[in-house]
Design a protein around this ligand. Structure first.
Ligand SMILES: Cc1cc2nc3c(=O)[nH]c(=O)nc-3n(C[C@H](O)[C@H](O)[C@H](O)COP(=O)(O)O)c2cc1C
Length: 189
């Protein structure tokens, strides 16, 4: 172990999903390079949408008022060195499970700064169409870039690929890129 802790957030509801296959390659690369990896399947967790109640920003310790599985995830995100978002493209952007989780990060902002600042982020996307433009993956990539810029976080890399049926994403180059991204995440910082 090299002391690095990577959290992977899988947004797909499918078993053996394409974004999940890429995320597992990231995990394998990170583990091979000595990092500790924790994977969370967002679709199996109870994650409610942000209510914009502002209770988090009114509380001294940025506590989100919604009592669901994000309460287990927040400490993991705060402690992580690297965070990987792995999402399928639905309707030309992140799917709802992924976006609901990201929206809840609103509570991690406080006058002391953002709890996710200075972390390494990576993005993994799978889509059914042939390329990042026609699929709408570009929209998720653009949002990810704005998000990480806002957070003052670092982008370790972005990997995406095409695959319609679950398990279809087997392009060796794409899988290798995901593996290398994991190695980079484990090494950086
Ligand atoms: C509700 C829904 C919406 C989708 N919208 C898009 C889309 O906008 N663009 C696209 O290229 N593929 C779209 N797809 C196809 C998925 O992105 C594709 O099957 C991908 O491999 C799913 O990733 P996963 O296996 O990780 O779940 C959609 C699929 C579903 C179920």
């Amino acid at each position: 172990m090299n002391g690095k802790h990577i959290v992977i957030l899988k947004g797909s509801p499918r078993e053996q999903s394409n974004s999940s296959i890429l995320a597992d390659q990231v995990a394998a690369g990170a583990k091979e390079a000595g990092a500790e990896v924790e994977i969370f399947s967002l679709s199996k967790m109870e994650i409610h949408p942000c209510r914009a109640c502002e209770a988090c920003h009114a509380s001294a310790d940025s506590q989100c008022a919604i009592q669901d599985d994000m309460q287990d995830l927040f400490p993991k995100l705060r402690a992580a060195d690297g965070i990987v978002i792995a999402s399928p493209i639905y309707w030309f952007t992140f799917n709802a499970q992924t976006k609901a989780c990201i929206d809840r990060w609103y509570s991690l902002e406080s006058p002391q700064g953002n709890a996710l600042a200075d972390k390494q982020f990576a993005l993994v996307l799978a889509y059914g169409d042939t390329d990042p433009y026609s699929s709408g993956a570009v929209n998720a990539i653009r949002a990810f870039q704005d998000m990480t810029h806002y957070l003052r976080a670092t982008v370790a890399g972005i990997v995406y690929g095409s695959g319609g049926e679950a398990g279809a994403i087997q392009q060796p180059k794409t899988l290798a890129k995901a593996y290398e991204l994991g190695q980079k995440l484990a090494a950086s910082g």
